[in-house]
Structure formats: C-alpha cells, structure tokens
Design a protein around this ligand. Structure first.
Ligand SMILES: C[S@@+](CC[C@H](N)C(=O)[O-])C[C@H]1O[C@@H](n2cnc3c(N)ncnc32)[C@H](O)[C@@H]1O
Length: 291
C-alpha cells in the first residue's frame, strides 16, 4: 500500500524528527484517548500509551505510517470513518470467557424466567449487550437449551450486540481454540461443539442448532439505537466498568427501555449501580430488576 504522510500539510517536513517526536507522540496518544472516549465512552487512562502503540501497530503498518502522530493526522481528515472503526475495534477490550460469572445464567434459568413466564408462556427474548466474541450469549444458550428445550415447544432467542465489528465477526463465526474451552463440562462440549480437523485442528465450532438461536448485531450502547424486541432479561456485563458514572446512568436508562415490566438486568460482578438514580431494584450485587 502507498505510504501516506501528511507532514507537508502541516508545513513541517521533518515533524517526526527526534526533536519533536516525543511531544507529537504524546499528543497523538491524547488524541486517541479522546477519540475512544467520544466513540465508546471507554476511558483509556494515562499509562495506556504502550497499549495504544501495541494495538495500533498493525493499523499503522497497513496504512503505510511509521509514526503514530502521522497516523492521527490521517484520522483527523474527513472520510476516515472506516479507519476510525478499526481504531475503536483495536482498542476496546474484548476479554471474555465461556461460563464467566455463571451464577447469572443459573439465576436466569432457575428463578428469573420461571417468575416472568408463569405456566403458559413459552416464548422469550434475552439480550447479551456487549457480547464481545460471543462466549457470553453461547454460554447462556447452553443453559437455556437444557432447561427450555426447543423440542418441547420452547421458543427463545438471544440478541447479542457489541460496538466492535471485529469481535462480532468472531462471535458469528463461533470458532474457538481448544484452550478457550476449559471449564465447559464434557457433555456440553459433545452436545454443542463440532471438533475441527485438518486446517481447523485444535479448534471447535458451536453447532448450528445453537448458532441459529443467536442473532448478532452492532450496537453502540451509548449511541442512538433502537431495537424491535422487548427482553425478559438483559446481560450487560463488564462494560460499564470503563465508563464514568454519568455515562453508566445514561447506558442503564437506555437499557431500561427495552426490558419488559419486572425484567432483569445483570451487570458484571465488579460493577454496581449503587447511588445512581435508575429505575431498578437491586436484588443482590450485580442483580437488578426493573421497577
Ligand atoms: C470486557 S468485554 C465484556 C464481554 C462480556 N460481556 C463479558 O462479561 O465477558 C467488554 C465489551 O464491551 C464492548 N463495548 C465497549 N464499549 C461499548 C459500547 N459503547 N457499546 C457497545 N459495546 C461496547 C467492547 O467492544 C467489548 O467487547
């Protein structure tokens, strides 16, 4: 790819010289931090310079830049929306795991759903907001499949959303390396995963029967989004931790619109809505119910 360099635009052909490079790189990091905050409300605090450089290294190379400052000049130009999406993808942390904080899944199948559905209703919708690479919605599907089998007339669906298109791509592909599957009981491995062979050796794919129950979609939880469905429960876990209190309140107030009356909101174990004026009753830490 053609090397891009906009130094001349700034009227300073040697702007990446040793004399200015440190200051420009620092300003570039500040720009990236502000950009990520504006787009995702994730705060990359000071000390994240190394992370920014490491995660954006590939983007710089792909676009023909050798220094972060020049890359940022490029991002500031009109028409760079697609590249900015890649920056957000690279820097929003997608860490997740199968069966993470699994007491939430157990609570949903054993207590929340029976209380909401009563004796006759067999159809329901759940939302994994900020689903990252899919482990969360698929884990939920393992539990639902056991307690609410489709073969017995149950009809459930999971909407799984994230801001990161890269994470969503992986989630939709549903292919996971063997070492990501530790902790999943053997009977679920056999029931829900296909073992790869040849080029896919060492990888496993979620079977289509469960994949079909999950719909992936890009949603920025802080943007102006709308959804058709209303949900019995929403999992919004380990994303709010990156946001300030005002942003957390905005996010949760938005989620509330999509919950049915008495629906449940589950947040990460290390997160809390304490002290926020939100329309939820706290059942116990990280478990909330719409009032
Ligand atoms: C640490 S992962 C949590 C994944 C999963 N919920 C869990 O608990 O394991 C956080 C996810 O939040 C997503 N995220 C960050 N900001 C977001 C926003 N404004 N809207 C939607 N998703 C966002 C990130 O892309 C990332 O995939």
């Amino acid at each position: 790819m053609e090397a891009r360099n906009f130094d001349n635009d700034a009227g300073n052909p040697t702007s990446c010289s040793a004399r200015t490079v440190a200051r420009r790189e620092e300003e570039a990091c500040d720009f990236i931090i502000a950009l990520i905050y504006e787009r995702s409300r994730i705060r990359l605090h000071e000390g994240k310079q190394a992370l920014i450089r490491a995660r954006l290294g590939k983007r710089l190379r792909l676009n023909g830049f050798t220094c972060l400052a020049d890359y940022c000049d490029y991002l500031r130009r009109p028409g760079c929306e697609e590249e900015i999406t890649h920056v957000v993808d690279a820097l929003t942390t997608n860490f997740t795991n199968f069966l993470r904080e699994q007491d939430h899944f157990q609570f949903l199948v054993d207590q929340a759903l029976p209380a909401l559905l009563g004796r006759s209703r067999k159809k329901f919708h759940l939302w994994s907001a900020a689903c990252a690479t899919g482990e969360e919605p698929y884990s939920l599907a393992f539990y639902l499949d056991e307690k609410y089998p489709l073969a017995e007339g149950w009809d459930w669906h999971i909407l799984a959303t994230d801001i990161s298109t890269k994470a969503l791509g992986k989630a939709e592909a549903a292919v996971y390396a063997e070492d990501r599957l530790t902790g999943i009981p053997d009977h679920w491995l056999r029931k829900h995963f296909q073992k790869g062979s040849g080029q896919s050796e060492g990888h496993y794919r979620i079977k289509s029967r469960l994949r079909e129950r999950v719909t992936f979609r890009q949603v920025n939880l802080l943007g102006a989004y709308d959804l058709q469905e209303r949900f019995e429960a929403i999992l919004c876990r380990n994303v709010m931790i990156y946001f300030d209190r005002a942003t957390q309140q905005q996010l949760v107030t938005n989620l509330n619109r999509f919950l049915i009356t008495s629906g449940y909101l589950l947040i990460g174990h290390s997160e809390s809505l304490n002290g926020l004026p939100v329309p939820f009753r706290c059942l116990r830490p990280s478990y909330y119910q719409k009032q």
